[in-house]
Design a protein around this ligand. Structure first.
Ligand SMILES: Nc1ncnc2c1ncn2[C@@H]1O[C@H](COP(=O)(O)OP(=O)(O)OP(=O)(O)O)[C@@H](O)[C@H]1O
Ligand SMILES: CC(C)(CO)[C@@H](O)C(=O)[O-]
Ligand code: BAL
Length: 273
């Protein structure tokens, strides 16, 4: 596995892949099995697999969240090596945002609600860094996790709107045995919170089954929020939406998605079904 630590090293390694197909897995590091599912999918889709590790300050709306974002570089590199990744790039900030960089990509539509409302500027930060990675790396395909469902729809929208010649693949959520969606920030859960955290998945699952059985959306959502709040979750949203536009729906269908974000202690958990 080639490890590139700046743009020059990266471009040199990228050139050695010649015209073979390349799949990209963008990450912020602190890697776990969820990321590895993306890597496995990427390896099926192209000759070469490139992983980036870059904690993109532009997408953090809160300073503390950025400064405490976990960094486990040695572990990450070992894991990527074990999974036979071809190239890992850990860009420097100036590689992605050179001096004088003044452009941001703003995607409306799927980014307006939910995470977009709760984390102002977040999705323009994500779209901008993903666009930069795409333009520097020039992958043929890129993989993103369904855990960040709204993010996946925002990227699909950007790729379609800007005619970017890259195929986007969504990879299903990898969960802990108890159902909690794996996430880098989960390590900040206390032991007690960790035990409680599986309830988010349980309530999501129960609500999903009720909606599939034709129950009234508003009643299902209300009881989900009540149950989570009673158990100490601070629910940011728990809603039934169209899976592509992320708009609220009044009738459940095969294109619908349940999405939620809830805080447990200092950790904000995201999930969807
Ligand atoms: N449990 C998971 N299942 C599937 N994909 C995942 C999972 N966790 C992360 N991913 C995907 O991995 C990519 C990189 O995510 P990121 O590095 O932000 O990790 P993360 O675990 O989502 O961390 P956090 O949400 O705490 O920032 C994203 O496309 C994300 O959706
Ligand atoms: C796509 C991404 C790597 C962009 O920084 C990030 O938002 C993430 O890890 O999901
Ligand atoms: N995985 C989503 C990136 C973020 O929370 O900033």
């Amino acid at each position: 596995m080639i490890i590139a630590r700046n743009l020059q090293e990266f471009l040199q390694a990228r050139a050695s892949f010649k015209d073979y197909s390349v799949a990209l897995v963008p990450t912020m590091g602190a890697l776990h099995d969820g990321h590895m599912a993306l890597v496995k999918r990427a390896k099926e889709l192209a000759h070469y697999c490139i992983v980036t590790i870059f904690v993109n300050q532009l997408q953090f709306d809160q300073k503390e969240d950025f400064s405490r974002y976990p960094k486990t570089e040695e572990h990450d590199i070992k894991l990527l090596e074990q999974h036979q990744v071809d190239l890992v790039w850990l860009p420097r900030v100036g590689d992605i945002y050179p001096k004088g960089f003044a452009t941001q990509i703003v995607v409306d539509g799927p980014s307006l609600l939910w995470e977009g409302e709760k984390r102002p500027g977040h999705f323009s930060g994500v779209a901008t860094v993903v666009y930069r990675l795409f333009s520097l790396i020039k992958p043929h395909v890129a993989c993103f996790g369904e855990k960040d469902w709204q993010q996946l729809q925002v990227i699909r929208r950007m790729v379609e709107d800007l005619n970017i010649p890259i195929s986007i693949f969504g990879v299903p959520i990898v969960r802990e045995v108890d159902g909690l969606a794996k996430s880098s920030r989960n390590r900040f859960l206390s032991q007690e919170e960790q035990q409680k955290s599986a309830l988010l998945y349980q309530v999501l699952n129960k609500s999903y089954q009720r909606l599939q059985n034709g129950e009234v959306i508003s009643q299902v959502l209300e009881s989900a929020v009540d149950e989570l709040s009673q158990k100490g979750f601070e629910v940011d949203y728990f809603n039934a939406v169209d899976g592509k536009s992320l708009c609220k729906i009044s009738e459940w269908s095969s294109n619908s998605r349940l999405i939620t974000a809830a805080k447990l202690g200092s950790v904000r958990l995201l999930d969807n079904m």
